[in-house]
Design a protein around this ligand. Structure first.
Ligand code: FAD
Length: 388
């Protein structure tokens, strides 16, 4: 088969890219390793920057987001005896929207189906060939049969464990990585969210985040050692520990209930440069990972996809410079969002191995944040998303 663009990976990056390209008359096929049900069962991000919401609206998939998403004007930080609400709306004039990544993915699938775009599931042994030539192609197997897609360009949207990044020769790749000495234990429960906005809690026992997906669905997280397993954490133990890490008045009103999903994710910062090689272009987690503290993973995937879609559309209109500049442009934003995610992680987590100095630095930084409108504006500016 032949398509102008072959997209590897049907997560949010790949599906959004496919939709934006189709809208502009560029023909793209998506190859996804998993089944659709599997992709839709993954519980991941939930905080959408205004930039991502605007892209979804432009792509024609904003209706449910606008009807069901929760707009948040700010967030609450509680740590080192301080309680500080950062007001996004007042400091930056912008907001974030709570709407689950699963719902974004569902909306993208529905629209791609409606317009008849091709998404091939359970594509196995995907291999990108001749990406550094004028005629790349992709091999894969489907139901045991070998298939081939000839294309002009390949978009690697296959996440951290995919094949696309590793197709770029190792000698041409530079990788930057920071692994944090803990993970996040997350649970999803049919309980009322703690507050109308997210609560970030720094505590000497470890960080906690009280987040949500909707008015009756909460997503809460605890910082845990990397050695902990999900099986060790009963629901009772989770709720008891979360309560301990919250100020008493918040702990008291926390609604508890059985978990409907429970998982542990390790935290890392990772960036691979460049984001392109010949006619292969990487987007999203295929090229970078951030710790979730800054709520940037999905949002960075969206900015990559926006740059890449505009570059490919321009290329088919006869303008090649955007495609040439794609990697540098995307990486500039990736590094800034990675810095913010790293800084939020450093500010709010417990790092016992680093001794009391870091804890005092965290306290001093929170005090500065509380006293300085400029510091709050800077945090808010990064949280709602830098422009692109
Ligand atoms: C457990 C977890 C929790 C997270 N929580 C948050 C959060 O709270 N906030 C936040 O902002 N971000 C969070 N993230 C990050 C966010 O979900 C990602 O940044 C986002 O999913 C990136 O989208 P993507 O499409 O680039 O990659 P992915 O969502 O990883 O999608 C890649 C797709 O490619 C497919 N694929 C992989 N290999 C191949 C192959 N060889 N061939 C074909 N297809 C392949 C995969 O099956 C997958 O569907 C979380 C991530 C994880 C893993």
């Amino acid at each position: 088969m032949r398509h102008q663009v072959c997209i590897i990976g049907g997560g949010p990056s790949g599906l959004l890219l496919a939709l934006l390209l189709h809208r502009a008359g560029v023909d793209a096929v998506v190859l996804e390793r998993r089944s659709r049900d599997y992709v839709l069962s993954r519980i991941r991000a939930g905080v959408l920057e205004q930039g991502l919401c605007d892209i979804l609206r432009k792509a024609g998939v904003g209706a449910r987001l606008d009807a069901e998403g929760f707009v948040h004007d700010g967030t609450l930080l509680v740590a080192h005896g301080r309680r500080l609400r950062v007001d996004f709306q007042e400091t930056t004039g912008k907001t974030v929207t709570i709407y689950g990544q699963t719902e974004v993915t569902r909306d993208l699938y529905a629209e791609l189906d409606r317009i008849g775009a091709k998404v091939i599931h359970e594509a196995e042994e995907v291999a990108i060939q001749d990406a550094d030539t004028e005629a790349p192609y992709v091999l894969f197997t489907l139901n045991g049969e070998e298939k081939r897609v000839d294309c002009d360009y390949v978009a690697g949207c296959d996440g951290f464990h995919g094949v696309s990044r590793r197709t770029i020769p190792e000698r041409l790749r530079q990788q930057f990585e920071h692994v944090y000495p803990f993970g996040w234990l997350g649970i999803l429960s049919r309980t009322r969210p703690l507050q109308d906005e997210l609560v970030y809690a720094g505590h000497e026992r470890g960080f906690a985040l009280c987040s949500m997906r909707n008015a009756r669905l909460s997503r809460h997280y605890l910082q845990v050692p990397l050695t902990d397993t999900v099986e060790e954490w009963t629901d009772e133990a989770f709720w008891a520990e979360l309560r301990r890490r919250l100020p008493p008045d918040l702990a008291e009103v926390l609604e508890i209930g059985p978990s409907i999903e429970k998982s542990i994710a390790p935290l890392r910062s990772f960036i691979s440069e460049p984001m392109s090689w010949g006619r292969l272009f990487l987007a999203g987690d295929a090229s970078h990972i951030v710790p979730p503290t800054g709520a940037k993973g999905l949002n960075l995937a969206a900015s990559d996809v926006w740059y890449l879609s505009q570059a490919l559309i321009a290329r088919y209109a006869g303008e090649e410079s955007l495609l040439r500049d794609y990697s540098a442009k995307a990486l500039a934003r990736v590094w800034k969002a990675s810095r913010f995610s790293w800084a939020m992680t450093r500010l709010l987590h417990s790092f016992p191995a680093e001794g009391p100095f870091l804890a005092r630095m965290q306290a001093a930084e929170l005090e500065h944040l509380a006293d300085s409108h400029a510091a709050q504006t800077s945090l808010a500016e990064n949280y709602v998303g830098l422009p692109y």
